[in-house]
Design a protein around this ligand. Structure first.
Ligand SMILES: [Zn+2]
Length: 393
């Protein structure tokens, strides 16, 4: 996101403030419906249904009808994206928006003609119902597909352009890689590579935990909060950098990138270990690490999808961690520990996350029903002739 300071006239700012209010109203309406619905009442209204309700609301309320339908619909769409991200396990549940906090609205389907340069320093962006609004071009404006207008509490307006990265040309070798969201590391590749997304460094982490424990007593806007924010921001920067490098590297090296469907994964696994092989003594730091891993993983998949459009496949796999990538045997006992996999049928040993990544690369896994009797990779017979020692143990 590249941000620029916007300089609307007083009249323009008034309309933009109304847009913010409408976007917030529509978002909160959607959030309220979501919180009211529960599984017994059936699914929450979809975007289409909410859009129909919006049309009705616009008929009923003049103040809403005078606003931009583009802004209001987009708020609904953003909410439904936020819910989808929540279900994927990559983001927090969308919350109510408060007046004056994080105010803004988003415009998508932006054409190159919606942004124009006036002179060396200034450009303009076209905003629905507002017209051309000037912004300071502090650096090159990316070729954006959408932008978000925000206003801070001091009344300063900003426009942020979401740059869609250029797709990276695949190598054309037909090579497939499986990427597994690891427990101990951030991601494991079927090639055997273990990737770890940088979190806070150890001393930083210890400090962060100490500070966070004391935070309950801290005042809003206190020095402590500021310190925590600073350390966290450093971690965010390092993580972003890692996501960029890793996604580019994978997009360049492989034609097909297979990842596990997170909706399934979420139910079977957490940073505390797997359901089959729960970790021990990991409660400390687990919360912090879990959040970092989850965020890093979500960003990595998102970036991969942008850099290799059409080449990322989500494998609807469950229990990839208990299937042997060599012989196909699936058994809970094969997962020796968080880190080690040792097949109870053929004795094949591997790093547990790499083994799971290889199953993902092959596009298959043990189903919830399954155990033994699973498809064995065609060209790979079990690599032993004597019965493995571990059978029946
Ligand atoms: Zn095996």
């Amino acid at each position: 996101m590249s941000r620029y300071r916007l300089y609307p006239t007083a009249d323009q700012a008034m309309v933009m403030a109304e847009h913010c209010g409408h976007a917030r109203y529509v978002w909160n309406l959607a959030a309220e419906q979501q919180s009211w619905w529960n599984p017994r009442r059936g699914p929450a209204p979809s975007y289409i249904e909410q859009n129909r309700q919006l049309t009705e609301a616009r008929r009923a309320f003049d103040w809403l009808a005078t606003g931009s339908v583009i802004v209001q619909q987009q708020a609904l769409r953003d909410f439904s994206t936020a819910m989808a991200n929540f279900f994927r396990g990559t983001h927090r549940k969308p919350r109510f928006r408060k007046r004056g906090r994080g105010e803004g609205f988003r415009i998508v389907a932006v054409k190159p003609s919606d942004v124009r340069q006036i002179n060396r320093r200034w450009s303009e962006v076209r905003i629905p119902e507002v017209g051309w609004v000037r912004f300071r071009r502090s650096r090159t404006v990316p070729d954006a597909k959408s932008y978000r207008i925000t206003v801070d509490r001091a009344g300063r307006w900003q426009v942020g352009f979401a740059a869609v990265p250029e797709p990276i040309l695949a190598p054309g070798t037909g090579e497939v890689v499986g990427v597994d969201r690891g427990v101990a590391v951030s991601a494991a590749l079927s090639t055997g590579d273990l990737l770890s997304c940088p979190g806070p460094r150890s001393p930083e982490q210890a400090r962060l935990l100490r500070w966070q424990r004391r935070l309950a007593r801290a005042q809003r806007g206190s020095v402590r909060r500021a310190r925590i924010a600073r350390v966290k921001a450093r971690g965010v920067g390092r993580r972003k950098d890692w996501v960029e490098r890793t996604s580019t590297d994978l997009a360049r090296r492989f034609d097909v990138i297979r990842v596990e469907d997170l909706r399934v994964k979420n139910m079977t696994r957490s940073a505390r270990g797997t359901v089959e092989a729960p970790g021990r003594n990991v409660r400390q730091k687990a919360g912090l690490n879990r959040a970092i891993l989850a965020a890093g993983w979500g960003q990595l998949v998102q970036r991969l999808e942008q850099k290799s459009p059409g080449q990322v496949e989500e494998i609807p796999a469950a229990l990839t961690s208990r299937r042997c990538s060599a012989c196909g045997h699936g058994a809970a006992g094969s997962r020796e520990s968080q880190a080690r996999f040792r097949c109870v049928a053929c004795g094949h040993t591997a790093n547990a996350d790499v083994n799971a990544a290889m199953n993902i690369a092959a596009g298959r896994a043990v189903t919830a029903r399954g155990g033994a009797g699973l498809p064995v990779p065609v060209n790979r017979e079990p690599q032993h002739s004597t019965p493995p020692l571990l059978v029946g143990v």
